[in-house]
Design a protein around this ligand. Structure first.
Ligand code: GLA
Ligand code: ZN
Length: 662
């Protein structure tokens, strides 16, 4: 298993390199990522390359058995690039260019920048193709910034639209430009539509798609070069989990595997649900395991720093990712830097360079991971439940949230957390994916719903699947026009409801916010509070699971279950304030889907299963700072301790266990 750190030899005197490499090897590390911001050191002036220092660093690392991933260094352009070619700097909204001096400041449509990026990529690839301890590449660093408003980007946008729509008539029709007299007579009349408060929503969505495409194309330029020069190396990129400016499915498409940067330690200790959800998104991009390219090593921050991971937390955070499919673990960063913007982004070593607690805990983690590496081989998460994770809907909702505070990820969280509390693994999938692999599919905020997708979901339910949909389902076409249908449109039969009207209940914490009382029945028995949104949804064939108490809302369901064909369609028409609402709803849904969790974890304990190759591994993660006793399958081996399980297993605070179940 590949375990190591992000290392910046260029930040330290050469005399230190040997010590660093030795300490890494002593910690059980065998990989580093190098050079992703070192462009100016590798190409000090245009076309003049200097690889000597990196060659030497690689040689030192090689002597200690450490391999390397090299970053194409295009995320930090040299000063000479900005000086010689000012057009490579991204233009801000106000028409001025970003001042050089940070990173991620380039225009992605600049032909000059693309050529410069290709040149340094090719030079590195050719230089390192045969270096024995170089095994792979990371493209750039955390694609996603900045948005550029220059003339070249605008012209590229127009050309992209031309390729997409063919004719102006088609574009005018799809965007509905007859509204406010926005009909385009020529392609070059098209401006950059990035302000949802003023611009056409269809245009805004295409601008977002274009921006994503622009980043993907930039990466493609590098991938082409790396593949040709280094056929034996892998290529990956460090994604950012739930970040959603780019269509990550597209960005991942031509990579060998996905990596991501995980920083879940902020503020007061909490269960890192988002780190689990993000891991599932990352695994879903290519439907295969992933690496952690930057893992939390200490307090993070720029001008101010955050919380220090408690003893045990560094290990637990790493294991949470392994439990969700991580096959490589790289901590950011090795040693805390004494200079520059990230002096307070702490590594495993402090400024003093000593191998203290955080280093020792990472070494312990490395030793644990090496111990279970053989068992992990060939295993991944095979979830019985999927959640649709669709960038089109995410983007379109950001353009028009509809009700106040509607964010896809906030909606996702409510269901995801309930599933995690229930001990059930989740796959994050595209709406076009094969649904038949899942007992249940949750589609929170599935706002953009092309007819084909609606039919597939409906057929899925008819054939025995269980579907959950909620407020704002199926409002839009794929070009962000409103469907001319009573909602939820083509899903009406599967869900057994018709939404006659809808309203926003405002921000529940603001002076204008209000709520509705909800009375649950059957599996949802209890009283709850509906906030933020209310669909005035009438049950046609659905069985109400919750209704409203207010006089004018009595005809409508807040939650319902509909038997349709062989399956069930669940509908939720509001946001419940109480967590318990979601726990009960998910329990009922899992029951109807025939899904049982491997075990019932106590609060604060997460369970995740990796399987494959005839093996089933049960991961237990204690996210709390008190010991937890968990009922587990008896007579199995816990791989980290080598002990055999009884009826229960006790996890220390922040403890982890890996039980070989089968
Ligand atoms: C990101 C970047 C790193 C570093 C860390 C910490 O994840 O990829 O280069 O900046 O954040 O700030
Ligand atoms: Zn530009």
């Amino acid at each position: 298993m590949h375990i190591g750190v992000d290392y910046y030899p260029e930040h330290w005197p050469r005399e230190r390199w040997e010590t660093d490499a030795r300490m890494m090897a002593e910690a059980g590390f065998n990989i580093v990522r190098l050079a992703e911001f070192a462009w100016v050191l590798l190409e000090p002036s245009e076309g003049q390359f200097d690889f000597d220092w990196l060659d030497d660093a690689l040689a030192v690392l090689a002597r200690h058995g450490i391999e390397a991933i090299l970053g194409t260094p295009t995320a930090a352009m040299p000063g000479w690039v900005a000086r010689k070619y000012p057009e490579t700097l991204a233009m801000q909204k106000d028409g001025t260019r970003i001042t050089w001096g940070a990173r991620k400041n380039n225009c992605f449509s600049s032909g000059t920048f693309r050529l410069l990026s290709e040149r340094i990529t090719r030079a590195m690839a050719e230089h390192y193709r045969d270096t024995p301890n170089v095994i792979g590449w990371q493209t750039d660093n955390e694609f996603g910034h900045p948005v550029c408003y220059c003339d070249s980007c605008r012209a590229e946008f127009q050309a992209w639209l031309r390729r997409k729509y063919g004719t102006l008539e088609a574009l005018n029709a799809t965007w509905g430009t007859h509204f406010w007299g926005h009909v385009f007579g020529t392609w070059d009349e098209i401006t950059i539509p990035d302000d949802p408060n003023r611009h056409n929503p269809s245009a805004c969505l295409d601008w977002q798609r274009f921006y994503s495409w622009l980043n993907v194309r930039f990466q493609d330029d590098q991938i082409r070069i790396l593949r040709a020069a280094c056929p034996n190396h892998f290529i990956t990129h460090n994604f950012m989990g739930l970040f959603h400016e780019l269509d990550y499915y597209e960005l991942a498409k031509d990579l060998d595997f996905v990596s991501w940067d995980n920083y879940p330690v902020w503020g007061k200790p909490a269960i890192p649900y988002n780190a689990a959800a993000a891991a599932d998104v990352m695994r879903g991009l290519k439907k295969r395991n992933f690496w952690i390219m930057e893992q939390t090593a200490g307090p993070g921050g720029a001008t101010e720093y955050g919380r220090n991971p408690r003893p045990g937390e560094i290990r637990k955070i790493a294991f949470q990712q392994v439990a969700h499919g991580a096959d490589g673990m790289i901590w950011f960063r090795w040693r805390t830097c004494t200079t520059g913007r990230e002096q307070y982004w702490h590594g495993l070593l402090g400024h003093d360079g000593k191998g203290l607690r955080r280093y020792q805990e990472a070494a312990q983690t490395a030793s644990d991971l090496h111990k279970i590496a053989a068992a992990l081989q060939g295993t991944t998460v095979r979830a019985p439940v999927a959640i649709i994770y669709d960038y089109d809907s995410i983007w379109a909702l950001r353009i028009q949230p509809g009700y106040a505070g509607n964010r896809f990820h906030a909606d996702l969280e409510r269901y995801y957390q309930a599933l995690l509390r229930a001990g059930v693994n989740v796959d994050m999938i595209r709406p076009i994916d094969d649904l038949s692999a899942y007992r249940a599919v949750l589609a929170p905020d599935l706002y953009i719903l092309p007819d084909g997708m609606a039919r597939a979901l409906s057929n899925y339910v008819q054939g025995g699947g269980v579907l959950l949909a909620d407020s704002r389902t199926g409002v839009k076409t794929e070009t962000n026009l409103c469907h001319e249908r009573t909602l939820p449109g083509l899903l009406s039969d599967a869900l057994g409801v018709t939404i006659e009207e809808y309203e926003s209940l405002g921000d529940p914490t603001g002076p204008q916010g209000f709520s509705y009382r909800i009375i649950g029945r059957e599996a949802l028995t209890g009283e709850f509070t509906g906030i933020r949104t209310a669909e005035w949804a009438r049950a046609t064939t659905a069985q109400p699971l919750a209704t409203y108490e207010e006089w004018h809302m009595r005809p409508y369901v807040a939650a319902s279950r509909n038997q349709f064909g062989e399956g069930y369609g669940y509908f939720v028409g509001t946001v419940a304030q109480e967590e318990r609402f979601y726990d009960l709803l998910i329990a009922d849904l899992l029951r109807h889907a025939g899904v049982t969790a491997p075990l019932a974890p106590p609060p604060g304990v997460e369970v995740s299963v990796r399987e494959g190759d005839g093996k089933t591994l049960l991961f237990l993660l204690n996210h709390t700072d008190t010991a937890q006793r968990v009922r587990v399958p008896r007579g199995k081996v816990e791989l980290l301790s080598g002990e055999t399980t009884g009826d229960t297993w006790t996890l220390d605070r922040y403890g982890v266990a890996v039980i070989r179940w089968v």
